[in-house]
Design a protein around this ligand. Structure first.
Ligand code: SAM
Length: 221
């Protein structure tokens, strides 16, 4: 039988730590969450390769390194209330839930949301709520958030997400074209002031939602 704990530790050492992730909260969380439970049936043997894998509805479970890099960049800390847009399999929400106090994870595909909800329940993660809906509008009833992580790429930063950040809150979102984006970090410095920075090139599946974005919208930096 496969030794998943050994595979997990190896993944963290080789694909996460050696590539520069230093945040011990993130490293410990990734040593703990059983990714083999979040991949599609028959794919468990590939769960600890550093690659995205197909899940239902033509979507993907993100590459472990990018999950780690986004959570580290979002500076998720114990006590934080976090919104994840694009719950997919529920894996990233589970990793965030190992660190934060409360995670709200939104997924637009009902079938994916239902499977993710079932997984986090079965694994006993009682601080994670998976909600079906359009995450471009955020989740006003549970705002403000200390961190918002968007796992799909849009043409611009949705205004609703910026407004739902707590002062001092961090928003990570891939911004750009359909198959190439930059990872944009937005920090809410005061009620009215935001600081944006460009963390480098990424490729995510498209963020599809109702909030109107400008086609040529770009991260400021
Ligand atoms: N975080 C996921 C995981 O750990 O498995 C991977 C997410 S996958 C790369 C991106 C997800 O974003 C897809 O499941 C897609 O359906 C979802 N998505 C795209 N636009 C969305 C929106 N407006 N609201 C909520 N989910 C959305």
């Amino acid at each position: 039988m496969a030794d998943y704990q050994r595979m997990r530790d190896h993944m963290v050492e080789v694909h996460i730590k050696r590539r520069g992730i230093r945040d011990e909260h993130v490293l410990n969380a990734m040593r703990t969450v059983p990714r083999e439970h979040f991949v599609a049936e028959g794919m468990a043997e590939f769960a600890y390769e550093d690659t995205p894998l197909s899940i239902e509805e033509g979507q993907t479970i993100s590459q472990p390194f990018i999950v780690a890099a986004m959570i580290e960049a979002a500076e998720v800390r114990p006590g934080d209330r976090v919104l994840e847009v694009g719950a997919g399999s529920g894996y990233a929400a589970a990793v965030i839930g190992q660190i934060a106090e409360r995670v709200y994870a939104i997924e637009r595909h009902e079938a994916l949301a239902a499977s993710a909800r079932q997984r986090v329940t079965d694994l006993g993660y009682d601080n994670i709520e998976v909600i079906t809906g359009d995450g471009t509008r955020g989740l006003l009833e549970h705002a403000p958030f200390d961190a918002i992580l968007v796992a799909a790429g849009g043409p611009a930063v949705p205004q609703a997400l910026k407004e739902q950040l707590a002062v001092g809150g961090r928003l990570l979102i891939p911004v750009g074209k359909e198959f190439s984006q930059i990872l944009c970090k937005v920090i809410r410095r005061t009620e009215a002031e935001y600081e944006e920075s460009n963390l480098g090139a990424v490729i995510f599946v498209p963020l599809i939602g109702e909030q109107r974005w400008s086609e040529d919208g770009r991260c400021a930096a």
